[in-house]
Design a binder for this molecule. Structure first.
Ligand SMILES: Cc1cc2nc3c(=O)[nH]c(=O)nc-3n(C[C@H](O)[C@H](O)[C@H](O)COP(=O)(O)OP(=O)(O)OC[C@H]3O[C@@H](n4cnc5c(N)ncnc54)[C@H](O)[C@@H]3O)c2cc1C
Length: 325
């Protein structure tokens, strides 16, 4: 077999443009452009690109997405194991729905890059192994439960599946700072959207001299999976209590795997009109037990929330992201 043909690197300009008066004329001299070439013998050649092309390629898409997603069908807050499981079920069942994920961290995945105590394996009790099979995550069968060799294998697989679906857009490094609460056409209060900001801005409201106004996304259904209480966590649960929509937080109770997992899944629900809460955030709201490093309930709670959202949407008349009947 003959060796691969090697193309010369991009030829150097004969003179530096800033020293050559002729080159300062309005029409720049055409440059010879080398074909892109894979050559790992010292002559790997990229197709040419301009800096502004990169800027425009990113910003055009980002701001088009922002424009379109200002009205969404469902907003999922938090892209941990529960949020990603919800997005997967919702987006695959309803390809016509615009599903927008808001994730405060730069890296989505929440606490599901490791198992318990920073160990690698992820434990999932049956029958939730069926969800893993559907998503395409391999596991070892241990009888009543299965083991994914590394939690990151679950998170990276489901993340790649979710992000490749046309109806899903994720805005990461973006935090939900507040909820939109409005009266619907019957005069009943409901959660009608989220107030967002880039997380770095959210974290710096107090350090800047001017106030940084947030943005909004209107949607008939918000699903919150912001995890445990923390600087950002359990956000929607805490917000509805603070604003008097719900009386009080139950606070997460001590560990009991047997009670905790079914409680989270079976109580995943619309906690206030327009707002569904699931995952570990629900344990903070309801005062459910924690279950320790067993992820079955997170996955199943995500799925339950998806079915609950589908039910709400199918039974509502929605105009421009607002429920009108
Ligand atoms: C104190 C503590 C106890 C734990 N106990 C358990 C346990 O009992 N059982 C268990 O399974 N796991 C436990 N974990 C581990 C882990 O949190 C969970 O297993 C699991 O990751 C929870 O899944 P989740 O999807 O509900 O939330 P998470 O994986 O925590 O994901 C929440 C996501 O929401 C994002 N987010 C938070 N606030 C906002 C906001 N305002 N706007 C946008 N995004 C936001 C976060 O960045 C994160 O990515 C515990 C962790 C801690 C810190």
């Amino acid at each position: 077999m003959s060796p691969p043909q090697v193309i010369d690197a991009i030829p150097k300009a004969t003179a530096e443009p800033w020293t050559n008066k002729e080159n300062q004329a309005s029409t720049p001299a055409p440059q010879a452009v080398a074909e892109p070439k894979i050559d790992f013998n010292g002559n790997y050649t990229f197709a040419p690109i301009k800096e502004w092309e990169v800027s425009r390629a990113m910003s055009k898409r980002y701001f088009k997405d922002m424009y379109e997603r200002a009205v969404s069908d469902v907003v999922i807050v938090g892209a941990g194991s529960a949020g990603l499981s919800c997005a997967y079920r919702l987006a695959t069942e309803c390809p016509h729905l615009k599903i927008t994920i808001i994730e405060a961290s730069v890296a989505p995945g929440g606490g599901c890059w490791l198992g318990g105590q920073l160990l690698s394996a992820m434990i999932v009790r049956k029958p939730t192994d069926q969800f893993l099979t559907e998503v395409g995550v391999p596991f070892e069968d241990e009888g009543n439960y299965v083991v994914v060799k590394h939690a990151a294998l679950f998170t990276s697989t489901i993340l790649s599946k979710v992000l490749s679906l046309d109806n899903v857009k994720m805005f990461n490094a973006t935090a939900v700072e507040d909820l939109i609460v409005k009266q619907d056409s019957t005069g009943k209060q409901r959660i009608a959207g989220v107030v967002t900001n880039w997380t770095l801005v959210s974290l710096n409201h107090d350090t800047q001299s001017c106030s940084m106004d947030p943005n909004t996304i209107t949607a008939p259904v918000i699903i919150s999976f912001t995890g445990h209480d923390g600087p950002m966590g359990a956000f929607c649960a805490k917000r509805i209590v603070k604003s008097g929509l719900v009386e009080q937080l139950g606070d997460m109770r001590c560990l009991d795997m047997g009670r905790a997992e079914p409680a989270i899944v079976n109580r995943t629900r619309e906690v206030y009109p327009g707002l569904i809460v699931g995952g570990m955030e629900l344990s903070e709201l309801d005062g459910a037990n924690r279950m320790g490093p067993c992820f079955s309930a997170m996955l199943a709670s995500g799925e339950k929330a998806a079915w609950t959202a589908i039910d709400i949407i199918n039974n509502s008349k929605i105009v421009d992201g607002e429920i009108v009947a």
